[in-house]
Design a protein around this ligand. Structure first.
Ligand SMILES: Cc1ncc(COP(=O)(O)O)c(C=O)c1O
Length: 182
């Protein structure tokens, strides 16, 4: 299946990303097919970052103006993320350095609550960032790892395999909502 290309839409999206408007290789405008290979940043993000450093760069919890602006901005950003994800409360939203670091922190926190022989379920469809942290606690706490297969034909999760992986000892199921692997 191919999607119809709308040149005006492409142009309007491209125009928001200064790095995509710098000709390379003899005058061509660059195209990045692999987003994680270097997530491009739009002008409005650059402006927001610049505004942050100009008006509210401070540690949090201070009585001074820039600290209070910082905290208000972070709280608003968490609320916006909660609305986007349909989370009931913005306290459920955590920002961190990156997903891998947060997953290691989360898995370590959960690991402390588990007993040897407890089981965690991982999928063959996940990025290493959602696998390595769980394998680490499996080693540290003597846990059993069970794997969920995928259907190779359409790259969906094999739900029978998931069901078979669940037991009375299952304590964690770590799975993606959608996988960039496919
Ligand atoms: C699907 C997916 N999950 C997780 C990650 C890891 O993200 P981070 O670089 O924020 O640790 C990536 C990075 O490429 C990814 O593509």
């Amino acid at each position: 299946m191919s999607l119809p290309l709308n040149p005006q839409l492409i142009e309007s999206l491209r125009s928001q990303f200064p790095a995509l408007n710098r000709p390379v290789n003899g005058g061509h405008l660059p195209v990045h097919f692999d987003n994680p290979a270097g997530t491009q940043v739009s002008q409005r993000v650059m402006d927001a970052v610049s505004n942050y450093y100009t008006t509210m760069n401070a540690n949090s919890g201070g009585a001074f103006a820039s600290s209070q602006r910082n905290d208000a901005m972070v709280e608003a950003a968490r609320q916006i993320a909660a609305d986007f994800l349909n989370a009931p409360d913005y306290h459920e939203i955590v920002f961190g350095p990156n997903m891998t670091t947060l997953s290691f922190a989360l898995s370590r926190a959960i690991g402390k609550t588990l007993q040897p022989g407890d089981e965690i379920v991982l999928t063959m469809m996940d990025h290493d960032a959602n696998i390595a942290p769980w394998l680490r606690i499996a080693e540290d706490y003597d846990l059993v790892v069970r794997w969920v297969d995928i259907h190779a034909e359409d790259c969906t999760l094999d739900m029978d395999s998931l069901e078979a992986a669940l037991t009375d000892r299952t304590k964690v199921v770590a799975t993606v909502h959608a996988s960039n692997a496919v």
